[in-house]
Ligand binder design. Structure first.
Ligand SMILES: Cc1ncc(COP(=O)(O)O)c(C=O)c1O
Length: 377
C-alpha cells in the first residue's frame, strides 16, 4: 500500500489529476482524472467514426464498470446496475417500497427527501423525518428510539454532506434488523471512505464527486433482500429479459439488479466510470482514505489555530473528507472571499464554510487555507 506523502498527493494516484492545488470542493464535484478524460475522448471519438460493430463494442464498457463497482461495493455484477446519478437510484428504492414508513434524516441532502415525498403522494411508502445530533449523525440509538412496527426501511447518507460525519452503517443495520431495508446514499464517501457497504440493502452513488468519474455516472448495488422486496415500478425496456427481442409483449423483469435499468446509459459515461473505478481500485480505498484523513487533520488544526470552530467530527473514525467550520464574528461570504483570494475553492453553505480534500490534495492547500484565514485577522 502506498504511504501518504507528507507534502504532495498520494503517490500513484495524485499524478493522474490536474486540479489546482487549492481545490477543496470534492464534496461538490471531484475533478476527473486524465484517465477519465482519455476514456471519454476515446469512446466519443470511436462513436464519431462508428462502424457496424462500434455501438456493441462501446456498450461493453457497462460490464467493465459494473464489475469494478461491484468489487468496490463488496458484491457481484449481478447485484449491481449502472445509473446516471444517485438520485435515480433513490427514486427506484422509494417507488419500489409498496407501503409503510421509511425513516429519513430531516437534515439529509434533498436528493434523499424528494423520492419519499413523491412515493407518499402516490399512496406508497411515507417518510418519517429523523432529527440528527449536533454532528449531523443519525445514531443507531436514535433509530432504535424511532422504530415502530410500521417502519419498513431506513434511508440515510453514508457520509453527511454538511459535516462529513460517517454513519455507523453496521450499527444501523443491526438496530433495524433483517426485516427492514437499509437504503444508503454513498455519494459522499464511496471510493474515499472504507465503509461496510454490504450492510446496505440498497447502495446508490453518483460518480461525480469522490469517485472522480464526472457527471452522468453512478451505480446501485442491491442485496437479495432488496431484489425480493422492492417492486420494479420504474423498470424500463432495458430492465427486462430478452431486451433485444421486439415482439410487442411484456417481458419479465431481469433477475438481478439490471431491473433498475430504465434505458441504456451513455457508453461514453460508462467508459469514463470504468476508468475512474479502476483507478480507485489500483490506489486502494484504504490508501486514499489515509491520505484524506491526513489532510483533513491538517485542515482542522489550521482552522482551529486561526480561531475557527469545527462542526465536523474530529475523530478520524467518525468523519470522511469534509471539514465544515465557521469563524465566529466573520461572515462566511468574507471567509470565502479570502479563500478565493488565495486560490482555494471551498463551498459556502451559510452559516458554514465547507472544505473537502482528496488523495490528490497537496499540503500547499492547507498552507493556502492558513494564509487566507490569517488575512482575515
Ligand atoms: C448526499 C448527497 N446525495 C445526493 C447528491 C446528488 O447526487 P446526484 O446528482 O448524483 O443525484 C448530493 C450532491 O449533489 C449529495 O451530497
Amino acid at each position: 500500500m502506498a504511504q501518504p506523502d507528507p507534502s504532495g498527493g498520494l503517490p500513484g494516484y495524485a499524478e493522474h489529476f490536474e486540479e489546482p492545488a487549492g481545490y477543496l470542493d470534492f464534496a461538490r464535484y471531484g475533478p476527473p482524472s486524465r484517465d477519465v478524460l482519455a476514456a471519454t475522448a476515446e469512446a466519443l471519438g470511436r462513436s464519431a467514426r462508428a462502424g457496424r460493430d462500434t455501438v456493441d463494442e462501446l456498450m461493453r464498457a457497462d460490464e467493465r464498470a459494473r464489475a469494478a463497482a461491484a468489487r468496490l461495493a463488496g458484491t457481484d455484477a449481478a447485484h449491481t446496475v449502472l445509473l446516471p446519478n444517485a438520485s435515480t437510484g433513490l427514486f427506484h428504492a422509494a417507488f419500489g417500497i409498496p407501503s409503510g414508513t421509511v425513516l429519513v434524516p430531516a437534515a439529509d441532502f434533498p436528493a434523499n427527501h424528494y423520492p419519499w415525498r413523491r412515493s407518499a403522494a402516490l399512496g406508497r411508502a411515507v417518510p418519517r423525518w429523523l432529527r440528527a445530533d449536533a454532528r449531523g449523525l443519525i445514531t443507531p440509538d436514535a433509530v432504535r428510539a424511532a422504530l415502530t412496527d410500521d417502519v419498513v426501511a431506513l434511508a440515510v447518507s453514508a457520509v453527511d454532506f454538511r459535516t462529513g460525519a460517517r454513519a455507523d452503517l453496521a450499527g444501523l443495520r443491526e438496530v433495524i434488523g433483517e426485516d427492514r431495508l437499509l437504503v444508503v446514499d454513498g455519494i459522499q464517501g464511496f471510493g474515499a471512505a472504507d465503509l461496510p457497504w454490504p450492510a446496505a440493502d440498497v447502495l446508490v452513488t453518483g460518480g461525480q464527486k469522490w469517485l472522480r468519474a464526472s457527471w452522468s455516472t453512478g451505480f446501485a448495488a442491491l442485496s437479495d433482500r432488496a431484489l425480493e422486496r422492492l417492486e420494479p415500478t420504474l423498470t424500463g425496456w432495458t430492465g427486462v429479459t430478452d431486451v433485444a427481442v421486439f415482439d410487442d409483449t411484456e417481458h419479465p423483469v431481469a433477475p438481478g439488479a439490471g431491473r433498475w435499468s430504465i434505458t441504456n446509459l451513455s457508453p461514453v459515461a460508462a467508459a469514463a466510470f470504468a476508468a475512474a473505478l479502476e483507478l480507485v481500485e489500483a490506489a486502494t480505498v484504504p490508501a486514499i482514505e489515509a491520505h484524506i484523513a491526513l489532510r483533513v487533520d491538517q485542515l482542522i488544526d489550521t482552522v482551529r489555530a486561526r480561531g475557527g470552530e469545527i462542526l465536523s467530527p474530529t475523530d478520524p473514525d467518525r468523519r470522511a473528507g469534509i471539514v465544515s467550520f465557521h469563524l465566529p464574528g466573520t461572515d462566511p461570504a468574507d471567509v470565502a472571499k479570502a479563500l478565493h483570494a488565495h486560490d482555494v475553492t471551498p463551498s459556502v453553505r451559510a452559516p458554514t464554510v465547507r472544505l473537502s480534500a482528496h488523495a490528490s490534495t497537496p499540503h500547499s492547500a492547507v498552507e493556502r487555507v492558513d494564509a487566507a484565514l490569517k488575512s482575515l485577522r
